[in-house]
Design a protein around this ligand. Structure first.
Ligand SMILES: Nc1ncnc2c1ncn2[C@@H]1O[C@H](COP(=O)(O)OP(=O)(O)OP(=O)(O)O)[C@@H](O)[C@H]1O
Length: 606
C-alpha cells in the first residue's frame, strides 16, 4: 500500500499542475507537423515501437492472471514456470520496444528542435531593422531559447506519453470489459467521481501558484538588474537599500510559496485517502465476486492491474494536455516569427551596380519618418550629392537625423519620399547584399563580438588570410597593442569587448572596415571623449581608412570637419546650410554657433 500511496501522491501533484485546457489553443501544434514529417522513417518507427511497447505492457497482466489461476491456485509449478517464461519473453519485447521508442522519439525531438531554431534564427537575421525597433531583443532570445526548449521537451516526451497513455487507456478498458463488464462500468463511474473533485480543488489553487511565480519573476528581474549595475549601486551607496527591497520580495515569495504548499498538502492528503478508499472498495467488491464464483482470483488480480494502469494513464493525459498547451503557445510564438515577412527585400528584377565601383552617393528630395502610420517626419526634403573620393561631414544637434541618413543609405529602412542613389542606381533596385557590400560602416559604439581579435577583424570577410588581417590591423594601428597581448590575434575579447579600451575598440572596428575594403565609408564618430593620445591614434587609423574612399561622416571631431570637402548642417531633419568649414564659419550663422559649442572652436580661434 506504501507504493500505492506514493503513486496517489504523484497523481495528486500531476492534477495540481494541470492547467485549464482549451482544445482550440492546441491548434498551433499542427504547425509542428511539417517539421516532423520531414523525417517520415523516424516518425513511423516511433509509432510502431510505441504501439508494440504499449501492447506488450497490456499483455503482462493477462498472463499474470493466468499464472495465478492455473499456477498458484492449482499449486502447479510447471504452469508457473511456463507463465514465468512467457512474461519474461513479453518483458524482453517491451524493454526493446520501449528503448527503441525512446531513442526514435528523442532523436526526432532533437532534429525538430535543431531545424526550428535554425529556421527562426536565420529568419530573424533577415528581418527588417524596423522589426527590431518594435520587438525587444531579450524577448526574441527568450523565444529562441525558451520556446524551442519547450517544444523539444514536448516532442521528446509529451507526445509520446500522450499517445502511449491513449493506447493504454483503450487497451486496458477493452481488457477490463473482457474480464468483468460489471466491474468495468463501476470503475468507469468511480474514477471520474474521485478525479473531478480533486481537479476542481486544484484549479482553485492555481491562482496561488501564479502568485508565487510572479513573486519569483520580480525577484529574478531585480537581481539581474542590480547585479548588472553593481558599479552604479556602489557609487550611489545603495547596497543596503537594494538588499532590503530584495529581502522584502524574497519574503513575499516565501510566504506565497508556503501558503501554496499548505494547500497542496491538503490536496495530496485528499488524493491518497480517496484513491486508497476506492481500491479498498474495489477489492471488497471483487472478493465478493470471487466468493460468488462470477470471476476467478486471477481475473480479479488482472482486472485490478488494468484499472490502475487506466487511471494512471488518465492522469498522465491530463498532465500532458497542460504541457501540450504550453507547447502550442511556444509554437505559435515561433511560427509568428517565421510568418513575419521582411518588407525590405531584394527587388524582383535587380539592377547590377557598376564595376569597378564609382563610389558616388546622391540623396534626392528624401523624406522619412520611423512611424509608418503617423508619418512624423524625421527627415524632410534632403538633397545632396557626394562625388567619388569626397568626404562629406554631417553635423547638427542631437536628434537632427544624422544617424537616420546613414541607416537609409544602407537600406535599413526605406525612404518614404524621394530616392537615394549609389553609383547612379536607385538603392531599391539593387540586391541588398550587393548594396551593403559597397559600404564599410564604422559605428559610434562598435560591437565587439565574443571571439578572438582576429575573428572580430574578419567579421566582414570571414575568408581573409592571416596576412590580410594583419595588414588591416597594422593600418588601423591595432597591431601594436595586439602583439603585446599574450595570445596576440588569438586573444579572446569579452562578450562586449570589455577587455579593450574605448580607443582600442574603435581601432578594431576601423581594422574591420579596412579589411572589408568597400568603396564608400560610413562613419559615425564617437562622441565619448578619448584621451589625447588615443584620439590621435584613432584619427591616424581613420586617415588610412578614408584614403581613396568616398566618405560620409557624422562628425564630432574638429579634424574631420576641417578636412571635409563639404559639410551638411542639419537641424530638425532639414539641411539648413552647406559648404566647407571656412565658408560656413565666415558666414556666421547656425554652423558657426554650433561649431563653437560642439567643437570648441573658441579654443582654436582664440
Ligand atoms: N529606431 C528609431 N525608431 C523611432 N525613432 C527613432 C529611431 N531612431 C531615431 N529615432 C528618432 O529620429 C530622430 C533622429 O534621430 P537620429 O538618431 O537620426 O539623430 P542624430 O542626429 O543622429 O542624433 P545623435 O547625434 O544624438 O545620434 C530622433 O528624434 C530620434 O528620436
Amino acid at each position: 500500500m506504501t507504493d500505492q500511496a506514493a503513486s496517489n501522491e504523484n497523481e495528486a501533484e500531476k492534477i495540481l499542475e494541470t492547467p485549464n485546457v482549451n482544445p482550440r489553443k492546441l491548434q498551433p501544434l499542427a504547425k509542428l507537423a511539417p517539421f516532423m514529417l520531414r523525417y517520415p522513417v523516424r516518425l513511423v518507427l516511433t509509432i510502431v515501437f510505441l504501439l508494440v511497447s504499449a501492447l506488450s505492457s497490456l499483455a503482462i497482466p493477462a498472463v499474470m492472471g493466468g499464472a495465478i489461476d492455473e499456477g498458484f491456485l492449482q499449486q502447479n509449478l510447471d504452469n508457473v514456470t511456463r507463465y514465468g517464461w512467457l512474461i519474461l519473453g513479453i518483458a524482453a519485447i517491451m524493454g526493446l520496444a520501449s528503448g527503441a521508442r525512446f531513442y526514435f522519439i528523442a532523436s526526432l525531438g532533437e532534429k525538430v528542435l535543431a531545424d526550428l531554431r535554425e529556421a527562426v534564427f536565420g529568419h530573424l537575421l533577415r528581418l527588417d531593422t524596423h522589426y527590431f525597433d518594435t520587438n525587444r531583443v531579450g524577448e526574441l532570445t527568450s523565444r529562441l531559447n525558451g520556446d524551442v526548449g519547450v517544444i523539444r521537451f514536448a516532442v521528446a516526451s509529451s507526445f509520446s506519453l500522450a499517445l502511449r497513455s491513449l493506447v493504454t487507456i483503450i487497451g486496458a478498458l477493452v481488457m477490463m470489459m473482457l474480464t468483468s463488464p460489471v466491474m468495468t462500468i463501476a470503475v468507469v463511474v468511480l474514477v471520474p467521481c474521485i478525479l473531478f473533485p480533486l481537479i476542481a480543488y486544484s484549479r482553485r489553487l492555481r491562482g496561488m501558484s501564479r502568485k508565487t511565480q510572479d513573486a519569483l519573476a520580480d525577484l529574478s528581474a531585480m537581481s539581474t538588474e542590480m547585479l548588472g549595475a553593481t558599479r552604479t549601486v556602489k557609487a550611489f551607496t545603495q547596497e543596503g537599500v537594494q538588499s532590503d527591497i530584495y529581502n522584502r520580495h524574497s519574503r513575499e515569495s516565501y510566504r506565497a510559496e508556503v501558503q501554496r504548499l499548505g494547500a497542496r498538502a491538503v490536496l495530496v492528503g485528499m488524493a491518497i485517502f480517496l484513491g486508497t478508499a476506492a481500491i479498498v472498495g474495489l477489492v471488497w467488491w471483487g472478493a465478493r465476486a470471487v466468493f460468488e464464483g462470477s470471476v476467478s482470483a486471477g481475473e480479479l488480480a488482472q482486472f485490478m492491474v488494468y484499472a490502475l494502469m487506466a487511471s494512471g494513464a488518465l492522469t498522465n493525459i491530463s498532465d500532458v494536455l497542460g504541457t501540450l498547451q504550453q507547447v502550442a503557445g511556444a509554437t505559435e510564438r515561433l511560427t509568428e516569427i517565421l510568418d513575419t515577412e521582411a518588407t525590405i527585400d531584394d527587388p524582383a528584377v535587380p539592377v547590377v551596380l557598376p564595376t569597378p565601383p564609382l563610389g558616388t552617393v546622391s540623396f534626392d528630395h528624401v523624406a522619412f519618418g520611423y512611424d509608418k502610420v503617423g508619418f512624423e517626419r524625421v527627415l524632410s526634403d534632403i538633397s545632396f550629392d557626394v562625388a567619388k573620393g569626397e568626404t562629406v561631414a554631417l553635423v547638427g544637434p542631437s536628434g537632427s537625423g544624422k544617424s537616420t541618413m546613414l541607416s537609409l543609405l544602407q537600406r535599413f529602412y526605406d525612404v518614404q519620399g524621394g530616392s537615394i542613389r549609389v553609383d547612379g542606381v536607385d538603392i531599391r533596385d539593387v540586391r541588398l547584399m550587393e548594396l551593403r557590400q559597397r559600404f564599410a560602416y564604422v559605428e559610434q559604439e562598435p560591437t565587439i563580438f565574443a571571439g578572438t581579435i582576429a575573428d572580430n577583424i574578419r567579421f566582414g570577410k570571414p575568408d581573409a588570410s592571416d596576412v590580410e588581417v594583419e595588414a588591416a590591423a597594422r593600418a588601423a594601428l591595432v597591431h601594436d597593442f595586439v602583439v603585446e597581448m599574450p595570445l596576440g590575434y588569438g586573444t579572446m575579447v569579452g562578450e562586449r569587448g570589455i577587455t579593450l579600451s574605448g580607443g582600442q575598440k574603435q581601432r578594431l572596428a576601423i581594422a574591420r572596415a579596412i579589411l572589408k575594403n568597400a568603396p564608400i565609408l560610413l562613419l559615425d564618430e564617437a562622441t565619448s571623449a578619448l584621451d589625447a593620445q588615443s584620439e590621435q591614434l584613432v584619427q591616424k587609423a581613420l586617415e588610412h581608412l578614408m584614403t581613396g574612399r568616398t566618405t560620409l561622416v557624422i562628425a564630432h571631431r574638429l579634424a574631420t570637419i576641417r578636412d571635409a570637402d563639404k559639410i551638411l548642417v542639419l537641424d530638425a531633419g532639414h539641411i539648413i546650410d552647406q559648404g566647407t568649414h571656412d565658408e560656413l564659419v565666415a558666414k556666421g550663422g547656425r554652423y558657426a554657433e554650433l561649431a563653437r559649442l560642439q567643437f570648441r572652436l573658441d579654443d582654436i580661434h582664440a
